[in-house]
Design a protein around this ligand. Sequence first.
Ligand SMILES: *Cc1c(COP(=O)(O)O)cnc(C)c1O
Length: 401
Amino acid sequence: MSIDRALFDQVMVPNYAPSAVIPVRGEGARLWDQQGREYIDFAGGIAVNCLGHRHPALVDALKQQADKLWHLSNVYTNEPALRLAAKITADTFAERVYFCNSGAEANEAALKLARRYAVDHFGAQKDQIIAFDKAFHGRTFFTVTAGGQPAYSDGFGPKPGAIDHVPYNDLEALEAAMSERTCAVLLEPLQGEGGLIEPVPGFIAGVRALCDKYQALMVLDEVQTGVGRTGALYAYMHHDITPDILSSAKGLGGGFPVAAMLTTAKVADSFKVGTHGSTYGGNPLACAVAEAVWDEVNQVPLLQGVLTRGQRFRQHLEDINAEHGLFEEVRGAGLLLGAALKPAYHGRARDVLAAAVEQGVMCLVAGPNVVRFAPSLIIAEDDIDTGMHRFGQAVAKVVAG
Ligand SMILES: *Cc1c(COP(=O)(O)O)cnc(C)c1O
């Protein structure tokens, strides 16, 4: 039996369409495939590998914990989970932390907590959740329904109710949808999957003010923007506000599956013993790795480096665009960037991705019209330059047709 892309179609549920390339080894911002071909990784496992591949501090944390204890379940607590939660509460708005395993699970917990908090404090009629068009919050049925792409939630039977959507960046539309019935407003501080849509100045603070006015909880989905990705530990820190609940995943484990829901002591109180849970949540291996990630990322030089690296990316993209004129706009924050295709190239983001892989550089898409970059937060300048050189060659091929 040969272990190759063809095997995927024989043994896997066909809900993904992976590249023909099968990476087998990584180091920093580089990957090697089965044939030994090298790639620069600007995809970072979809904003997950925030310290690149095989970072020594993470490898060390995983190996040390692997020799001690792998799993207990929440019948017992464990030292890595307690240490990590202590750090998260010390360094963010959060006073309480709930651990789980994926972004969708963190958002699922956030929405359930918001609903239960409303029941506890205001009554069952306060159940409306407002989210935004084009938002992405995960693939459980509750979170995918909260997401703003009905195509992802249609076709599975009756949807969870009392979820409404309004346009992102439109405070008037948001207020028009709000009332005493509003339980929570759920949003990304920078829409990732939706196409790297930035909040306009004042939008995030405006959502906070409206949540206060209607006694609704502000739930920030920082699954993609969190853990240094935008040049702050969490993106809310750019906006001079604090949310009531925040979900974190992707970068949190640097490649080890782990997620967290952060909240205040008052809101946390609505999750009593038995209200919610997860067998693997707070798993010692996951938390040991996440603690090492936290220690590395939550440092001023690293976070500043995200901004200077982001600038270098933007400059390269603008230079490439000056030559080839493929992009309408480069947007995003820190090392979460999107190059939006001009209308003449709409629908071709996947073609750019395929051409890039052929040139030896891996990127992402965010919808059909945006090429997305979410590399290691500590990617070397030389890797940025080499990868962008390859990306420029890929763009040239796409433009040449
Ligand atoms: C990726 C993502 C999720 C879902 O995370 P999973 O780990 O795939 O469940 C939720 N919200 C945002 C903003 C994301 O980018």
